[in-house]
Design a protein around this ligand. Structure first.
Ligand SMILES: Nc1nc2c(ncn2[C@@H]2O[C@H](COP(=O)(O)OP(=O)(O)OP(=O)(O)O)[C@@H](O)[C@H]2O)c(=O)[nH]1
Ligand SMILES: [Mg+2]
Length: 455
């Protein structure tokens, strides 16, 4: 498969000012030379240095199709590690397709999704976790998501795991050696050192695992449901957070019938706010439907803003009603309309943070934003901390962690070498799975098929 020379449009589908078409593989220059006529006479494309750009024409026989720029990359100094070119042409859909067609007729094959990055991985330009970070970076829709993806692309996650794994590999080698000298009863691998190493790996693994919730949240945005009785000001708050009149606000209870959703970023983190119908028991059929939806929204949310009127004396009972539907969501109590009373009810609760607001008069909104950030553990994670965002990594790390616990158990029980070695191998296996030192073809297929074509 690596023997093929592949091509694809690397820019977004559709027409634009410019489109970029990639070609990568052994025959790149041979193929592109068939359809590219450089303006400057003299050297052929295959004789040009890497990291140079050449102006010229794409031709179909005698007919000139477009004027283009061709960037030359020479193996191994390219994204894929192979000889590659990037053709920047005019961004008409027709021209893009015509050039692809000419390239295919000249001997290239149309690339599969993620195939350029797959090659970069197979040619050792990046490991698997880094390759996956490329997809995350392309999908990043907030500053925080970009930052964690970029850190992973730079090898943050990989470095850490590779280091731990390498030390384990060394140890496993010693244990295996002991197995070879089984009759002589020698000990090459110091058990207390192995224990220290394993404990270190365990600690590190646990720390990484604990970042996943946060990592996953910033990658996909944090769903926040705004719930509360009709008329407490939920839609007013949504509009204020979004800085636009997204939801209808009125003094008629039950104004919001459907759910309204929109996103904002706070300190670079994407929050997805969901405004819901007021939660109350009713015989009105339509509103009953809205209320069922509210329950569903709570289920989907990571944070629930429970909104109460500052003058409400029965809020505890309403909170209890909400709590019925809460599983592991964080709850923030938002006391609204503080402008209407000098003496708000007693909102002391040990369970949840409380924010006093006037949504209508834009009061204390920064405090609410701060409380939202705290709810996701924003301040606990340093900007450059290695953060797990990928479910595949999380799963592998969780399995590694299980195997680690078995190794510790085994050490405690004085388990025989061959059994111990087996568990150590398991830990190495799962750690290696993340960076791709160990992979099954189907795992690769699964990962790269989710990429866009041309990456
Ligand atoms: N005085 C005062 N009025 C507010 C405040 N926030 C909202 N209101 C008013 O309260 C009324 C209800 O506001 P909405 O935002 O529609 O309330 P809601 O919770 O979305 O109501 P439903 O959609 O019916 O569940 C409107 O007349 C708002 O102008 C506030 O902080 N102070
Ligand atoms: Mg509303």
């Amino acid at each position: 498969m690596l023997a093929d020379t592949i091509t694809a449009i690397a820019t977004a589908p559709g027409s634009g000012a410019i489109a970029v078409i990639r070609v990568s593989g052994e025959d790149t220059f041979k193929i592109v030379e068939k359809i590219f006529r450089p303006r400057a006479k003299g050297k052929k494309l295959s004789q040009q240095k890497g990291y140079t750009i050449h102006f010229g024409e794409i031709v179909d026989g005698d007919e000139v199709i477009d004027e283009v720029l061709v960037s030359v990359f020479r193996a191994p100094h390219s994204y894929t590690g192979e000889d590659s070119v990037e053709i920047s042409c005019h961004g008409s859909l027709y021209i893009q397709q015509k050039i692809i067609e000419l390239l295919v007729n000249a001997g290239a094959r149309v690339a599969q999704p993620g195939e350029f990055t797959l090659r970069a991985y197979l040619n050792g330009k990046m490991d698997l976790a880094q390759a996956e970070a490329v997809a995350d970076l392309i999908a990043a829709n907030s500053e925080a998501a970009r930052r964690v993806a970029f850190n992973q692309l730079r090898g943050g996650v990989s470095r850490e795991l590779r280091d731990l794994r390498q030390r384990l590999v060394d140890f496993a080698a010693l244990i295996e050696l002991e197995l070879d000298f089984a009759e002589e009863d020698v000990e090459f691998a110091d058990r207390s050192q192995l224990r220290d190493l394993i404990l270190q790996i365990k600690q590190r693994t646990e720390k990484l695992l604990s970042t996943f919730r946060y990592g996953n949240a910033i990658k996909s945005g944090i769903p926040v449901a705004i719930v509360g009785e009709p008329n407490v000001g939920k839609s007013t708050l949504l509009n204020l957070l979004l800085k636009e009149d997204r939801a209808i606000v009125s003094d008629i209870p039950g104004t919001t019938r459907d759910t309204i959703e929109d996103v904002i970023t706070i300190q670079g983190i994407l929050f997805r706010f969901i405004d819901t119908a007021g939660l109350r028991h009713t015989r009105d059929q339509i509103e009953a439907l809205g209320i069922e939806r509210t329950k569903q929204m709570i289920r989907k949310a990571q944070i629930v803003l429970f909104m109460i009127d500052a003058r409400d004396k029965d809020w505890r009972q309403k909170l209890t009603q909400i709590q019925e539907h809460i599983t592991d969501q964080k709850v923030i109590i938002v006391v609204n309309k503080i402008d209407l009373t000098d003496k708000p009810s007693d909102f002391d609760t040990a369970d949840y943070p409380v924010v006093f607001l006037s949504a209508k008069y834009h009061k204390n909104i920064e405090q609410l934003e701060q409380t939202l950030l705290e709810a996701i553990g924003y301040s606990q994670h340093a900007q450059d901390e290695v953060i797990l965002t990928n479910a595949r990594h999380y799963e592998a790390l969780r399995r590694a962690h299980e195997a680690i616990e078995r190794v510790i158990e085994g050490l405690d029980m004085g388990l025989s070498n061959d059994l111990l070695a087996e568990d150590v191998r398991q830990v190495m296996y799962y750690l290696g799975e993340i960076t791709g030192e160990i992979t099954a073809d189907e795992v690769l297929g699964n990962i790269f098929s989710r990429f866009c074509i041309g990456k």
